[in-house]
Design a protein around this ligand. Structure first.
Ligand code: ADP
Ligand code: MG
Length: 254
């Protein structure tokens, strides 16, 4: 399978969205098209209020567009409702938000396990996988900590593990380093890249940090309701090859 011919994991066509405030209608998205191939990493930047979160929520089935369609792994999401949509989202999409949104009364391990518990996974096997993920982001000794016993960067690493525990084909991240100091942000971003590559996850990263955005294979700018492509270092890096061809690499994550 080559990336050039693979059918897209994320396909969005003609997305429009406006918010009504009183009698006024504020257009946010005005006909956005977006395609991401399997395993691809795409960044979206844009000024505050330009609609990045709105777009990410629509791609992630958390919100619906007024017009246009979203097709994820071949499934038109408009055909799904209620529990079927929730189950599809849980299985297909991992989310990471600016604020980690961990559940405060659950430990790091329990938070990572949560999507699997919801999906009805066998708890012991799930716990092993969650623990391995936490170890892979350097948190082996923090499993039993509660969110208020962890730093912001550690919480985001837990949130990253939670997003990936069901090995979803899609990872959507909304300013995941926006609330972190530069050093923690860099750690979280590197882990995000490592895990995205290792799992061959199709990922969309919304960020206001142009330096991070340029390190993604493709970059889009959302402005005035329109999404346009920008050049990045993709000429040098290209789309990440699938992990099967990288397993012998010595620089991969341990
Ligand atoms: P970004 O993530 O790029 O900062 P958002 O998608 O959060 O932008 O918001 C885009 C615009 O839509 C902003 O002007 C915001 O005020 C407005 N907006 C977002 N959510 C709502 C809502 N639920 N109701 C009304 N307006 C909203
Ligand atoms: Mg936002």
């Amino acid at each position: 399978m080559s990336f050039a011919t693979a059918s897209p994991t994320i396909l969005a066509r003609g997305l429009s969205k406006a918010y009504r405030s009183g009698s006024r209608e504020v257009p946010v998205l005005r006909g956005v098209d977006f395609v991401a191939a399997p395993g691809e990493l795409v960044a979206i930047v844009g000024p505050s209020g330009s609609g990045k979160s709105t777009l990410l929520h629509i791609l992630g089935t958390l919100d619906a567009a007024d017009d246009g369609e979203v097709v994820l792994a071949g499934q038109p999401v408009a055909q799904l409702r209620g529990e079927a949509l929730a189950a599809f989202r849980n299985k297909m999409i991992g989310f990471i938000f600016q604020f980690h949104q961990l559940l405060p009364d659950f430990t790091a391990l329990e938070n990572v396990m949560m999507p699997g518990r919801i999906a009805g996974r066998e708890p012991r096997e799930l716990a092993r996988e969650a623990a391995a993920l936490l170890a892979s982001v350097g948190l082996a000794d923090r499993q039993e900590h509660f969110p208020n016993q962890l730093s912001g960067g550690e919480c985001q690493r837990v949130a990253l593990c939670r997003a990936l525990v069901l090995k979803p084909p899609i990872l959507l991240a909304d300013e995941p380093t926006g609330n972190l100091d530069p050093a923690s942000g860099e750690t979280v971003f590197r882990l995000f890249l490592d895990l995205q590559t290792q799992h061959a996850t199709t990922a969309v990263l919304v960020t206001h940090n142009p330096e991070l955005a340029r390190r993604c294979a493709r970059l889009f700018v959302l402005e005035n309701g329109v999404l346009r492509a920008e050049n990045t270092r993709s000429e040098t890096f290209g789309t990440q090859p699938p992990p099967s061809s990288r397993t012998a690499s010595s620089d991969g994550p341990a």
